[in-house]
Design a protein around this ligand. Structure first.
Ligand SMILES: [Ca+2]
Ligand SMILES: [Ca+2]
Ligand SMILES: [Ca+2]
Length: 268
């Protein structure tokens, strides 16, 4: 009989662990509305088909990425609603903290950056400006030994914020990231419409430090970029309800099996 209780305890502990890991990351709260359009309104306005992206509940906990099999990635500039628009820079950084810029202050909506991850560890980035808005001259830059594991950063005149909260002052979260759902069709201004596929991610930055009360409006539309042909290096996304249910069902299934096995032992 004591053995039965031991098994029961193990089963419940396992379930508790499943729920606990899902609660590690929590969705960030957006600030009160201002005269600027919210990230939700901006994304809704470019959604031409399929379900709208839920900016609160679709947040992932991803912060580091790598390339997919093509060893190249493409970033498309989506929005930039901030007084710092003419100075903000956006790019990728590696785990040594080395930055590789994709967009500079003169870039704006529709501009594109292509990142090639080369076998020798070098990275080349070519950035092209397209109408509407500014169309700065194309640029190509090589970063030696950059590697292919990276996060994203925004750089203003005073500071740099990273997708890894641990690199930000006070561990502040300065970016929200959404993964494509293979259903929603988006049309970025100046671009053809296309399905938001699951190897595509929207990286949306807040450009003022959020950990100081009253310092930031937390609107997360200060610089927003769509990046394709990347994948997260870890699976720390906030689980969707369906995922949690699956885990719960699996956990209960295991538990039932354990009980069944135990009953056989008792009978034998
Ligand atoms: Ca803003
Ligand atoms: Ca442009
Ligand atoms: Ca802001």
């Amino acid at each position: 009989m004591s053995r039965f209780f031991t098994f029961t305890t193990v089963g419940l502990l396992a379930l508790g662990t499943v729920f606990g890991s899902g609660e590690v990351a929590t969705a960030v709260s957006f600030g009160p509305s201002s005269e600027e359009k919210s990230l939700q309104e901006l994304l809704d306005a470019i959604t031409v088909d399929g379900p709208k992206i839920d900016t609160v509940n679709a947040q992932t906990g991803f912060d580091l990425f790598t390339n997919t099999a093509s060893s190249g990635s493409v970033a498309t500039f989506m929005f930039e609603l901030t007084s710092k628009a003419s100075i903000s820079k956006f790019g990728i950084y590696n785990q040594s903290g080395v930055k590789a810029q994709l967009f500079g202050g003169s870039n704006d909506v529709s501009d594109g950056a292509t990142v090639n991850f080369l076998g020798n560890g070098n990275v080349t980035i070519s950035t092209i400006g397209f109408p509407p808005g500014n169309a700065p001259s194309p640029s190509i830059t090589t970063y030696t030994g950059f590697g292919n594991v990276f996060g994203f950063y925004i750089e203003t005149e005073q500071e740099t914020f990273y997708t890894q909260n641990s690199r930000n002052p006070n561990g502040s979260q300065q970016a929200v990231i959404y993964q494509g759902n293979n259903q929603t069709t988006l049309q970025i201004q100046g671009r053809q419409p296309g399905v938001f596929t699951d190897n595509e991610f929207i990286i949306a930055f807040e450009d003022l430090l959020r950990s100081i009360p009253g310092n930031s409006d937390s609107d997360f539309q200060d610089l927003v970029v769509l990046v394709e042909s990347i994948k997260p290096t870890s699976a720390i996304a906030i689980p969707e309800p369906g995922t949690a249910n699956t885990l719960l069902a699996f956990g209960l299934g295991s538990f039932a099996l354990m009980l069944k096995g135990q009953r056989r032992k008792l009978e034998s």
